[in-house]
Design a protein around this ligand. Structure first.
Ligand code: 13P
Length: 273
């Protein structure tokens, strides 16, 4: 089927108290493995791509591959720009076929984040695609967590028209030094004030039972990048080490690793639904 938008899957998922996994892919192998995992689970999936891949032809090529896989399949697939950094980048993503985009104004002062996101929503909606935005701040690595508040969430959604809202409830992007404890009370309060699907960034390393609790509060999309990509890289490194100095074509190194990624993604999809 053709690629779908967040609005085709997430509002219903929120009503059903389940979440859709959003995996950051970066090449053919990670895309294909995630796609096969979703097909095996007969589950909708969000394929998302970091903004830096939009700086050359990669995001467009991933879009073409994703469209082609989805066209031959019965599962709903949304294709999303993750952490879009400018309106220009959003326009580019829409132009090359992304069905959903994120504008990340989370480091801006609140009023500026609202203004930028409202502008982004107009651009996205005019093109028939959905918009994700973020309040509070989910840092990369050692950065400072800035927790979201329910009052800000309610005001932000009302003034921007965003379709999905990423909230900060204790996660970071990347591996944790010790397992995170999410602020579930905060998530519940935000979910009580905001009806649109909520997004959890930093899905790597969050314990399963915490994910389930967060989903009960309205988290409807869970982003997973680091652990998936690390599984890929470590798998390839192990294949190379095992093969020694003999030449082996690239695809033969990747093939066994694709199976590992697929199993990893299947396990995550099962936990979220
Ligand atoms: P992780 O890299 O921590 O899994 O986070 C992914 C993410 O939130 C992408 O936006």
């Amino acid at each position: 089927m053709p690629l779908i938008t967040f609005n085709d899957i997430l509002p219903q998922a929120r009503r059903d108290k389940r979440a859709v996994a959003a995996f950051n892919v970066a090449n053919l192998e990670t895309l294909l493995s995630v796609f096969k995992a979703a097909e095996a689970e007969k589950s909708p999936v969000i394929i998302q791509v970091y903004q830096r891949l939009f700086k050359d032809e990669r995001a467009g090529l991933i879009a073409a591959m994703t469209r082609s896989l989805a066209a031959e399949s019965g599962i709903p697939v949304a294709l999303h720009l993750d952490h879009g950094e400018s309106l220009e980048q959003l326009r580019k993503a829409i132009g090359i076929g992304y069905t959903s985009v994120m504008i990340d104004g989370s480091k801006l002062p609140f009023a500026e984040n609202i203004a930028l996101t409202a502008e982004a929503a107009k651009i996205a909606h005019k093109a028939g695609v959905t918009l994700e935005a973020e309040i509070g701040h989910v840092p990369f690595g050692d950065g400072e967590i800035e927790l979201s508040t329910a009052a800000e969430a309610a005001e932000f959604v009302e003034k921007t028209g965003a379709d999905a809202l990423a909230i900060s409830i204790g996660t970071i992007h990347g591996f944790y030094k010790k397992a995170p404890v999410l602020d579930i009370a905060r998530a519940r309060e935000i979910g009580g004030r905001v009806a649109i699907p909520l997004v959890l960034h930093g899905g790597t390393g969050v314990p399963d039972e915490q994910l389930r609790l967060a989903i009960g509060c309205g988290i409807t999309k869970v982003n997973i990048a680091t652990e998936l990509q690390s599984t890929f890289l470590k798998g390839v490194a192990a294949e190379i080490a095992a093969n020694g100095d003999t030449f082996k074509p690239v695809d033969l190194y990747f093939k066994p690793v694709e199976e590992k990624i697929k199993e990893y993604a299947r396990a995550k999809i099962k936990i979220l639904r």
